[in-house]
Design a binder for this molecule. Structure first.
Ligand SMILES: *Cc1c(COP(=O)(O)O)cnc(C)c1O
Length: 400
């Protein structure tokens, strides 16, 4: 096979990105400089949120969001089975239990009715996933969260730049997570961010990402007795005048800090987000047109009141109408150097989740039916028109 491999996703790096990183390398800070806050403000502004808190990666960001939501060992968190394992693991890191609710068969996102019936008195948060880039049923899910007084965390790793009922994804949930892994819309190498409207949640996440340590006088509990050189005196609350060297560890946090160099790349990347979204949309519409008359392919259904950020393009095979298996189609496409993938193996069927929580096949029939026929085909902004045609031709041939 002489034709080049087309991956399912890929970063888009130009000379301006390289120059931005080179400049950051020559600046005074490599790690905790001013570019982090600048990147946080830029992403928050782009999605219409008050705060952005950046992390080493999206998984760390989800962990911090669960921490800020106050999740602990007695709590339960509900997410979708059709997601990356990180959407569930973030709750487990804090000792909580994970539960799932099944997906809608057309959008592949959480079904609000199933979600509502999965809620128990122990439910403390929902991690709602905008799978493939199309926002989930945010108004319905937010209403459920509000009614049950639970925190709504949106996993928007696929949805930077998506809109829901005319509003950008990023300020529609209590906390919204974006990932800057190279296959996502913009990259910092590894990286992630939570956007939120809530001052207190933002403060908690900032403390969590740096060992649980705060230097913010207003949030401190005690001044350092050594500040006054007084021995044998109990520390006392004196937030107005902490000693200049004083810092406080207020919780068990982590080192989840992103770097200035990465955020310089992120700022540069953000400048081409709109072009990237436009190209992703163009390619997706081209695919949907090309497969519209197929009797064996189901193309992605789009709700008219929301605009996907088109992170993934998933085709579903109507296996009952086909002579081939999904595996045969998948392998044929790989042989044609088309970088197909499957997003995702349902989380509840992963051995760790089966063994620890007793989940089994049959628990979430819609998620399993989706999984059985799903194939992700390449979609990224640096694909050429010729690449798209090659993918289309290869898919049409593989399913015939
Ligand atoms: C990429 C991704 C994550 C995790 O992000 P990282 O930055 O890779 O840690 C979480 N959830 C979903 C749905 C993702 O696609």
């Amino acid at each position: 096979m002489s034709e080049h491999f087309i991956p399912y996703g890929r970063q888009w790096i130009d000379d301006d990105d390289v120059a931005a990183v080179a400049e950051a390398l020559r600046a005074d800070w490599l790690t905790q400089g001013p570019t982090i806050a600048e990147f946080e403000r830029a992403v928050a502004a782009r999605v219409g949120a008050k705060h952005g808190v950046a992390f080493t990666n999206g998984t760390a960001a989800l962990h911090a969001a669960c921490f800020a939501a106050g999740i602990g060992p007695d709590d339960e968190v509900i997410t979708s089975p059709i997601t990356f394992v990180a959407s569930a693991n973030c709750a487990l890191y804090l000792g909580a239990r994970i539960a799932f609710a099944d997906i809608r068969p057309d959008t592949y996102c959480l079904d609000p009715e199933k979600l509502e019936s999965a809620i128990t008195p122990a439910t403390k948060a929902i991690v709602a996933v905008d799978h493939t880039g199309q926002p989930c049923d945010l108004d319905e899910i937010r209403a459920i969260a509000k009614q049950h007084r639970i925190t709504l965390i949106e996993d928007a790793a696929h949805a930077l730049g998506a809109t829901y009922r005319g509003r950008p994804v990023g300020a529609l949930s209590d906390m919204t997570m974006f990932s800057f892994h190279p296959v996502k819309h913009i990259t910092t190498g590894e990286g992630g961010m939570i956007t939120t409207e809530d001052d207190d949640l933002a403060r908690k996440m900032r403390v969590f990402r740096t060992h649980g340590i705060s230097r913010d006088a207003a949030s401190m509990s005690f001044d350092d007795q050594a500040a006054d050189n007084v021995s044998g005196v109990e520390p006392r609350r004196n937030p107005a005048t902490p000693a200049p060297w004083y810092y406080e560890m207020q919780a068990l946090g982590f080192n989840y800090r992103i770097t200035d160099v990465q955020c310089a790349l992120g700022l540069s990347q953000l400048k081409k987000l709109d072009r990237s979204l436009e190209r992703r949309r163009e390619i997706s519409l081209r695919y949907t047109d090309a497969f519209a008359n197929s009797r064996v392919l189901v193309t992605p259904y789009q709700e008219p009141d929301r605009e996907s950020a088109w992170h993934l393009y998933v085709i579903r095979l109507r296996l009952e109408a086909m002579a081939k298996t999904r595996r045969q189609v998948f392998e044929d496409l790989r042989h044609s150097n088309i970088g197909v993938n499957v997003h995702y193996v349902p989380v509840h069927l992963q051995p760790y989740f089966r063994e620890r929580f007793g989940f089994t096949r049959g628990d979430f029939p819609e998620a399993e039916a989706y999984y059985d026929g799903a194939i992700t085909i390449p979609l990224h902004p640096t694909m050429t028109d010729a690449d798209c045609e090659r993918v289309i031709d290869a898919v049409v041939e593989a399913v015939s």
